[in-house]
Design a protein around this ligand. Structure first.
Ligand code: 13P
Length: 294
């Protein structure tokens, strides 16, 4: 079932678990995500960033394909624009059939961030799409941004931000960063801040930069109220490794069989992650029917 992130993340918030948001750029990745979700009886979110949608994963190809595949399964599937900075990109995705958009104005000043999110919330909500926003700034692992507490989300500001924007979920900065950390490094996260954010906002919260965060950290953030975890780098790296290993073991493999091997590899990764963050076995057919009527 093709849905916005609103109901699925409220379900996760009310039942204290998180949903994976996976960056996808082709059909094989989409299939692996949706089949994993169905087999695990889990919700799933497919993320596409502006860079990805301009380089390869064009909205007019991805959105209809994802909607079509999502409508064939009984678990909730959302398609979300990841890090929509430009107004034009966000509107393009809304018009292309995405079910959700993220407005990332986290590099702008507080008032400008609010203004940009408000503008999209008005359009998106009128069309039944959910809106994710970010306050504080989740930067790059390569720049050690995760360890810069100046970028972390301020609890009081977050309360005002959510009240004024009416966003459906909020990405918070608590110590993770996008991309790969230096070898061997596991980020130290500000759990106390996360707890205060959850207690104060009482709404679905999002963690960006899920890759390399470490299983213990991931378990703990879910326990403390994260309901959506973005994963890109780890799955892309893992998939590339499956491809290399398969080709090394079977250099004569047919192209289509290679794709199947890659898809199966991705499914192993995704299903394991869904179990880790507690989204598996959350949806019976009856749950889905209820969610659909909402
Ligand atoms: P990673 O590549 O670090 O998993 O980050 C993904 C992300 O947050 C996308 O928005």
């Amino acid at each position: 079932m093709y849905v916005s992130m609103k109901e699925m993340l409220l379900h996760a918030h009310n039942n204290k678990y998180a949903v994976m948001a996976i960056n996808v750029v082709n059909m094989e990745q989409v299939k692996a995500c949706i089949e994993s979700a169905e087999e695990e009886k889990s919700a799933v979110i497919l993320n596409i960033s502006p860079r990805q949608m301009k380089a390869h994963a064009y909205p007019y190809i991805m959105a209809p394909m994802i909607k079509n595949l999502a409508e064939r399964v009984s678990v909730p599937v959302a398609l979300n624009l990841d890090h929509g900075v430009n107004y034009e990109d966000v509107v393009n995705c809304i018009n292309s059939g995405y079910s959700s958009v993220m407005v990332d104005a986290s590099s702008f000043a507080f008032e400008e961030n609010i203004r940009r999110v408000q503008a999209i919330v008005t359009i998106a909500h009128a069309k039944g799409l959910s809106v994710e926003a970010e306050l504080g700034h989740v930067g790059l692992a390569a720049n050690a941004d995760g360890q810069n507490a100046d970028l972390y989300t301020d609890v009081k500001m977050a309360k005002e931000f959510v009240e004024r924007t009416n966003c459906d979920c909020l990405a918070v900065a608590i110590g993770t960063a996008h991309g790969s950390y230096p070898k061997g490094m596991i980020p130290r996260l500000d759990f106390q801040r996360l707890k205060e954010l959850k207690d104060t906002l009482n709404m679905p919260l999002v963690l960006h930069g899920g890759s390399g965060a470490g299983e213990e950290n991931i378990r703990k953030v879910v326990e403390l109220g994260i309901n959506k975890i973005n994963v890109c780098t780890d799955l892309m790296d893992y998939t590339k490794q499956v491809m290399l290993d398969t080709l090394q073991k079977q250099p004569d493999i047919q192209y289509m069989e290679l794709n199947e091997a890659i898809e199966n590899g991705m499914k192993d990764f995704i299903k394991k992650y869904m179990r880790l963050i507690g989204s598996s076995n959350r949806y019976t057919f009856e749950d889905c029917k209820v969610a659909e009527l909402d």
